[in-house]
Each structure stands twice: as structure tokens, then as C-alpha cells.
Design a binder for this molecule. Structure first.
Ligand SMILES: N[C@@H](CCC(=O)N[C@@H](CS)C(=O)NCC(=O)O)C(=O)O
Length: 233
């Protein structure tokens, strides 16, 4: 199969078919992929998926990701030299780290530790912080009953506490080495206190180690670039 055989390339044509194709939007899940790609320098082409026009529901997008969510990629040079379509940002980070040999420890035990923290983000931080966003920033903020909001705020605090303990005495999440665990996690922390404006609710100031690591994360030049990719179409 060639890249041009993928229906998504009809809606988002590849200018550089030899490069990795990224279909995304600069959300906390989307920027995980663009930050990784900016950090490693793997050549890629970014395509803007607009939620305003429900692009993620188009037949072309669904042909790549039936779960109608960004980010998604096609690596034209996947395993065995064949194109590899992939979605779910955690799977993408692990795949790209293995492909490039970057941002994941080589040592087996630390590699699994890194994957463990990526899963912690995927199963905990992402879904729970996302719920906080719904109840604080989006439609749920007008609900009179504050119990659902408080439940997710409490869970977000608990997760921040876990992260804060892990970062105690460590620069980054896994043994001081910047990795895909950080790339998965910090866009969500940034979003919680930034875009969602939930910093006071989750008492963010209590989590000094998380605060310090987030500040270091957003100062990285590749992170600054990745946070703006893809550019709005
Ligand atoms: N677990 C997925 C979640 C992806 C996700 O929730 N993406 C959101 C944007 S941050 C999305 O595409 N939403 C569009 C929709 O639900 O229609 C991942 O990490 O890739």
C-alpha cells in the first residue's frame, strides 16, 4: 500500500509524501505529537484538522481513525518499509520513540517505567483533567449541582499529588531524563492551569515540583514550536 492509497490524503494531500504525515490540532493531545517531532527533528508534514468544520467526523478522517480524534499519523516508512497508520497519542509516542531511538531510555527497566508514566497520563491525567475542563470552562460550568465538578477536581488534585511526589528530587518524570512521559504529561498540566483556568480550584501552588517542571518544559524551544503546530488553516 502507498501513502496515496489512504483516503485521508484526498482531503489533506501530502506535499512531501516521503515525510511522516501528522493530522492534528494544537490541543493537549495534539501537541504531544508535534512536540515530539520538533524535539527529535524527524521530518514531517502537519495537516490542520478543524473542529469548527467537524473535520474529525469526515469520512476521510474516519478512514484513518474510526475514533474521530486527533492526533493521528501515517508514517510512510513504517515497519518493513510499509506505511503505518496510527492513532492514540500514547501509542504514537512509543512508536516514534522506538523509531528514532530518542526520548525513551534504552535500559529495559527504565523503558517500561517510562511507558508506565505515559499510561498514567493516558488513563488518568488526560481523561480527568479533561473532565475538569468540561465542568470549569465549558458547558458544565453552568450546572448548578457542583458535585460532579468537585469529584473531578478532587481526582485532578490527587493525580497532581502523585506527579508531585514523583518529581521530588527529579528534574523530569523518569529518573531525571526528559522523555515521552514528560511530553505526554505537561501539555495537560499547562492546559489545566492555563486554558481551563483551574489553577486555584486544584490549588496548583501546593505542587511545587510540578510547577517547576512545567516551567522548565514550556521554556524548551521545541515545546514552544510544537505548541503552535499545526498552524490554523
Ligand atoms: N486518547 C486519545 C484522546 C484524543 C482526544 O481526546 N482528542 C480530542 C482533542 S484533545 C479530539 O480529537 N476531540 C474531537 C472529538 O471528540 O470529536 C489520544 O490521546 O490520542
Amino acid at each position: 500500500m502507498k501513502l496515496s492509497d489512504f483516503p485521508i490524503t484526498k482531503k489533506w494531500p501530502a506535499q512531501h509524501p516521503d515525510r511522516l504525515q501528522l493530522y492534528s490540532l494544537a490541543t493537549p493531545n495534539g501537541v504531544k505529537a508535534s512536540i515530539f517531532l520538533e524535539e527529535t527533528g524527524l521530518p514531517y508534514e502537519a495537516h490542520f484538522v478543524s473542529f469548527e468544520t467537524n473535520d474529525q467526523m469526515s469520512p476521510e478522517f474516519l478512514s484513518l481513525n474510526p475514533n474521530n480524534k486527533i492526533p493521528a499519523i501515517i508514517d510512510p516508512d513504517g515497519p518493513g518499509g510499509e506505511p503505518l497508520p496510527l492513532w492514540e497519542s500514547g501509542a504514537m509516542l512509543i512508536y516514534l520513540a522506538d523509531k528514532t531511538g530518542q526520548l525513551i531510555p534504552k535500559d529495559a527497566a527504565r523503558r517500561y517505567e517510562t511507558i508506565q508514566w505515559v499510561m498514567f497520563q493516558m488513563g488518568g491525567i488526560g481523561p480527568m483533567f479533561g473532565q475538569v475542563g468540561f465542568f470549569v470552562k465549558f458547558a458544565g460550568k453552568d450546572f448548578e449541582d457542583k458535585r460532579p465538578r468537585d469529584r473531578y477536581v478532587a481526582e485532578a488534585k490527587r493525580l497532581l499529588q502523585v506527579l508531585d511526589r514523583q518529581l521530588d528530587g527529579r528534574t523530569w518524570i523518569v529518573d531525571g531524563e526528559y522523555s515521552i512521559a514528560d511530553i505526554a504529561t505537561f501539555p495537560w498540566v499547562r492546559n489545566l492551569v492555563g486554558f481551563y483556568g483551574a489553577g486555584d480550584l486544584v490549588e496548583f501552588d501546593r505542587f511545587a515540583n510540578v510547577k517547576r517542571a512545567l516551567a522548565a518544559f514550556v521554556e524548551r524551544p521545541a515545546v514552544k514550536r510544537g505548541l503552535e503546530i499545526p498552524k490554523r488553516g
